[in-house]
Write a protein that binds this ligand. Structure first.
Ligand SMILES: Nc1ncnc2c1ncn2[C@@H]1O[C@H](COP(=O)(O)OP(=O)(O)OP(=O)(O)O)[C@@H](O)[C@H]1O
Length: 331
């Protein structure tokens, strides 16, 4: 396995700057999740690393080697796309075996059988091994696409929203499986998603992209607890962080325009008056939708709360985050 190092990477399409001076290290054996809204440059980053596109400037090093002159095959990278890319005329077994049959790898036949069976079991598609790729559901096809990356032993794995087409149950099963496989192989994995639960549960590190710029890189916990801006704070957490005028509460520091309050960081019992707008019972927890001087706010309370719509309560911020007029964090 290998480290990926991006140095001052820039890429434009026509007049649109898609990556703006991105410098980032994906450590050997890490699971790095790139987060950002649509168009932030996530897929482009993967395509540049895999060699499918070329950067305008900057460097990509894999295990310390500049890969600029290497073809995608020479880079020894396995990529899983959002859209499954299978050979429709081949069976699932042959699709999975295909990467191992490359003349460069020369994998022995019994090793191919063993690997394919192992990966099919992990991805819960053993019963479909003899089906044609066209005879699978979308979710099954996507599992075969992931399997085709897993049968190989590449230097790095690049995955572009590989779970987005799967239903919720399968997505959560595969989140756990992918994380387990990555950790047991010690694989270096760069993973693109919109899904903050995937980021929080799988990543060793999270990189947040904003219009082609890498605005924060750290552990999921660092990025969640210590975001550099409202933009970053809003990328992680469900329900989302509450962003309110800073002067709704006492003790805002000079220059603070907004206060950011995570739903779990609001103490009920004393402080500023708020009105209950809606009580959302989710089984294990209850979300309280509040109104505070005309501003919406969501917080959490115990499952069996007796609060109802129209009640008046008092709240105090815990661990508030303050932001200036540009949305940058005040320390
Ligand atoms: N080959 C191309 N030609 C022209 N523009 C492109 C090309 N590839 C990407 N873009 C543009 O670059 C921007 C970034 O695209 P990219 O696919 O990297 O975003 P993303 O963060 O992966 O978004 P998504 O989450 O929607 O996949 C988009 O505005 C896209 O339209």
């Amino acid at each position: 396995m290998a480290e990926i190092s991006l140095k001052n990477l820039c890429k434009s399409f026509g007049s649109q700057v898609v990556l703006d001076n991105v410098t980032m290290t994906v450590p050997d054996g890490s699971f790095v999740v790139l987060l950002g809204p649509t168009g932030a440059g996530k897929t482009t980053t993967l395509r540049l690393i895999s060699g499918l596109d070329k950067p305008d400037s900057g460097q990509i090093l894999i295990d310390g080697v500049d890969v600029a002159s290497m073809s995608p095959a020479q880079r020894d990278v396995a990529m899983v796309f959002q859209q499954y890319s299978l050979y429709p005329h081949l069976s699932v077994r042959d699709n999975l075996a295909f990467p191992l049959k490359s003349p460069v790898l020369r994998t022995p036949a019994d090793e191919i059988i063993r690997k394919v069976d192992e990966v099919a079991a992990v991805l819960q598609i053993s019963h479909k091994l003899d089906n044609k790729a066209t005879e699978l559901s979308g979710g099954e096809m996507q599992r075969v696409s992931i399997g085709r990356a897993l049968v190989r032993d590449p230097q790095i794995y690049l995955m572009d929203e590989p779970l987005s087409s799967l239903d919720a149950k399968l997505r959560s099963d595969l989140r756990i499986e992918l994380k387990r496989i990555q950790a047991s192989l010690g694989a270096t994995l760069l993973y693109v998603t919109h899904d903050q639960i995937e980021a929080m549960t799988m990543a060793t590190h999270v990189g947040v992209l904003d219009q082609g710029r890498l605005v924060q890189f750290g552990t999921p916990r660092q990025v969640y607890e210590d975001p550099v801006s409202i933009y970053v704070a809003s990328r992680l957490g469900s329900p989302k962080i509450n962003i309110l005028p800073a002067d709704l509460f006492p003790d805002a520091p000079a220059g603070a325009v907004n206060i950011g309050l995570r739903p779990e960081h609001i103490h009920i019992g004393a402080g500023v008056q708020a009105t209950v707008v809606r009580v959302e019972h989710l089984g294990d927890q209850t979300r309280l939708h509040l109104d505070i001087a005309g501003n919406p706010l969501i917080t959490l309370t115990e499952a069996h709360t007796t609060l109802t719509k129209g009640d008046s309560i008092a709240i105090t911020p815990e661990n508030p985050l303050y932001f200036n007029a540009s949305g940058d964090r005040l320390k």
